[in-house]
Design a protein around this ligand. Structure first.
Ligand code: PPY
Length: 347
């Protein structure tokens, strides 16, 4: 009998423990192992049975696995786009949305982040997922017969060198599992998909190659978004993290120094500091919803994304935010949630 793949919890980055199940998921993952991880680990449980989590893509997408990792007992709601996943939460067709926002190979997925800023949702959990990319094809098709490959743009970008070597034309589609479904529905015999071993097992495709990513350490950070803030856990239950966006008048260097000083003078560790540079190709001003009433969309040319360790209930965090608010144009706290030091891996 094939062993059910299980999640592995590591106490520290960057080490990672993996379990192998021949890359195949033959039956639904038992959630009991994940519940145990929640009980032992620092994560707050989102394990309410019946919780509906919206994600972009089809069954078998990486985002769906991230959702199941974050909320083991949840049901997942496939959506065509990330915007649809957000709308599902806003219209009460889902309780949470999950979105990939950063990867070790490419940094922040600004499109997703910027879209999130236009809505009144909060970050309630983070999940780091080790992403394995495989080359999948219809049963019986060999690598020599392939002419092109389809997948999510991030997957194509992460496997650039391998695809170069294989000499395949690339075409972006909505998501990795959607690419697999497309192969099947259109019986494509000259096309491969890049997707997870889990998607291969779900849809019964052949895995022609594994570990396709250009960098062996390929972790994607997902955020779980909710309409309402989660109650903050007691401070004894582990480290907290806060995310915020800061809009300023320009002159990034001075602002950066002032922000660094607001945190370092209070011994608060930053985990992310990203400048949104409006001169970047294709990058316009950022539109942010001002969630204070009356809620309205505002446009800012100069924006910084900041994550740091600490809870908004900590006195020194409140002071740091007040100080930053005094020299910036706009500040919005995007969420306060349990810091998850683990990388989850399903192979
Ligand atoms: O297309 C998917 O499967 C997704 O969930 C989006 C994605 C793609 C590549 C890495 C992480 C998430």
């Amino acid at each position: 009998m094939a062993a059910a793949p299980s999640l592995n919890l590591q106490s520290n980055l960057p080490s990672l423990k993996r379990t192998f199940s021949n890359g195949r998921l033959r039956k639904p993952r038992s959630s009991s192992s994940i519940v145990a991880l929640h009980q032992n680990g620092s994560l707050r449980s989102h394990g309410t049975p019946g919780l509906r989590v919206a994600f972009q893509g089809s069954t078998g997408a990486y985002s769906e696995f991230a959702a199941k990792t974050a909320c083991p007992e949840c049901s997942t709601v496939p959506c065509r786009s990330f915007a649809d996943a957000i709308a599902a939460v806003e219209r009460n067709r889902a309780d949470r949305a999950i979105v990939p926002v950063e990867s070790t190979m490419e940094g922040t997925a600004l499109r997703n982040y910027d879209l999130f800023l236009r809505h009144d949702l909060r970050i309630v959990q983070e999940i780091n997922l080790f992403v394995h990319y495989c080359l999948l094809a219809m049963p019986g098709v060999s690598t020599a017969e392939l002419r092109r490959v389809i997948s999510h743009p991030m997957a194509l970008a992460h496997c650039g060198r391998a695809l170069e070597r294989l000499g395949l034309d690339r075409e972006a589609v909505e998501d990795t599992a959607g690419a697999v479904k497309m192969l099947l529905s259109e019986q494509m015999l000259d096309t491969a998909a890049i997707a997870s071993p889990r998607a291969a097992a779900i849809y019964g495709l052949d895995v022609l190659a594994g570990g396709l990513q250009d960098e062996s350490w390929n972790v994607t950070r997902f955020l779980l978004l909710s309409k309402l803030p989660e109650p903050l856990p007691p401070s004894s239950s582990g480290k907290m993290k806060t995310s915020m966006v800061v809009a300023h008048r320009g002159g990034s260097m001075t602002v950066l120094l002032k922000i660094l000083s607001a945190f370092s003078s209070r011994d608060i560790s930053l985990t992310k500091l990203e400048v949104n540079n409006p001169t970047m190709e294709g990058k316009g001003p950022v539109i942010i919803l001002d969630v204070r009433s009356p809620a309205m969309l505002k446009t800012f040319p100069h924006v910084l994304y900041v994550d740091f360790e600490g809870s908004i209930e900590d006195e020194k965090v409140k002071e740091a935010i007040d100080e930053i608010s005094s020299f910036s144009v706009f500040v919005r706290v995007l969420g306060c949630y349990g810091a998850d030091p683990h990388v989850y891996d399903l192979y």
